[in-house]
Ligand binder design. Sequence first.
Ligand SMILES: Cc1ncc(COP(=O)(O)O)c(C=O)c1O
Length: 386
Amino acid sequence: VYQKYYSHFLKANAGIQHYCAHSHHYWPDVTLEAQIQYWHDSAKWVDDKWENFFAEVLPQVQTQIAHHLNLRNKSSMVFAPNTHELVYRLISSVADKSKRTRILTTDSEFYSFDRQINRWSELEGVEVVKVPTEPFATFTERFSQAMSEGAGWDLIFFSQVFFNSGFVCDWQTILKNIPTRGAICMDGYHGFMAIPTDLSPFEGRLFYVSGGYKYAQGGEGACFMVVPQDFKGRPLNTGWFAEIGNLEKAKDGQVAYPSGAQRLIGSTMDFTALYRMRASLELFAQQKIEVFNIHHHVQDQQKLILKHLNDLKIEQLSTENLVPLDWSQRGHFLTFQMKDEEQTQSFVRFAKSNKIWFDSRGSRLRLGLGLYHNGGFDLGVLKSWR
Ligand SMILES: Cc1ncc(COP(=O)(O)O)c(C=O)c1O
C-alpha cells in the first residue's frame, strides 16, 4: 500500500532487496519535487531566500516535528546539518573549565557523540561515566540509579533506541526523574518517525536530538534538537546565525546569545534537506500516516521476514541469533549476533553480491525494514554462504 510513494527509488533499485531502511532510508517521490523547488526558490528570491527560510520553511518543519513528538512549543527547536554539531555545542555549553565536568552516558552511543566525548574526556577535569546497555533487562534500573548517584551530572546523554542493537530503552521511566541540575539529552535518531514518541511530559526539561536521514525520509543534512525553553547555556562553538535573533543582554565583555534553542544554532547551511524533510512529513500528513501506522507496518514486516528466514533455516539469521529483545523493545531493524566482525562483514559482502543489502556494526548484522517493504522476501540464496 505504501510502495507507491517510493517509485523512483524502487525503480532505480529494481532487482535489489534493500534492508537498510534503518540507515539509508529510501526517499519518497515527493522529495524530488522538493529538491527542485529549492532551486527555483533560490533563483526567485536570491539573497532574500534566507528570510523566507527562517520565516516560513523552518516554522513549517518545526510544526511537523512538534506534531509527531506531541510538543506544544514548536519554536524551541534548532536545526543543523548533522547531530554532531548540535551535541558538540551542547557539550561545550555544559563543560566549564573552572570546575569539574561530569558526564553520564552509555557504552552504546552513536560515534558522533561517543568519539567526541572520548576526546573530551582527555581534557583535565572532565569525567565521563558510561553505563553498559547490557544486560538490557536491567538497563533502565542501572541507568536511573547512576543518574541519581553522587554529586550530580552536568550532562546525561542516552539513546532512545540503541544503534548497535535496536534496543528501545524504557525512556519514559528514565525521564521520570530528571535531575534539577544539569542537562539531559536523548538521542532519538532511531526513534523519530519510527517509535511512537510523546515528549509532552518532559517538554521544557529534555534535550532531544534527531534528523532526517533515517525514518523521517528527507535524507542527510537536516538535523534538529528540541531544547528546554529556558536554556541559558553559552556554547563555546557558536556560529553567526545566533546574531540574527534578538540577543539577550550579556555581561560586560561577553558574547551575547539569543534566548532558548537558538543559542545552539550554527552558521550557513544548505536548506535543501529541510525542503525534502518538509515534503516527506507533508506526505504523511496528507495521507494520514502517523508514526504508529509506520511502526505497525514495520513490525508486521519484521515478523514476516523472520518467519521466512526461519523457514529457510539460515543459521546466521535465525530467531536464536537475534539479539534478545521483546517485540515492544525492538526498533525498526532486526539485529543478529554473528561470530565476529570479520564473519559479519563477509556475510554482508556475500549478500550484497546477491543484490541483498544489509549493514553491520561490529559483530552484529542489522536488517532494517520500512514502508517500502511489502512482503515478497526472497532470501534463499543466503543458504549457500560459507
Ligand atoms: C543514534 C544515532 N545518532 C546520530 C546519528 C547521526 O549522527 P550525525 O548526524 O552526527 O552524522 C546516527 C546515524 O547513524 C545514529 O544512529
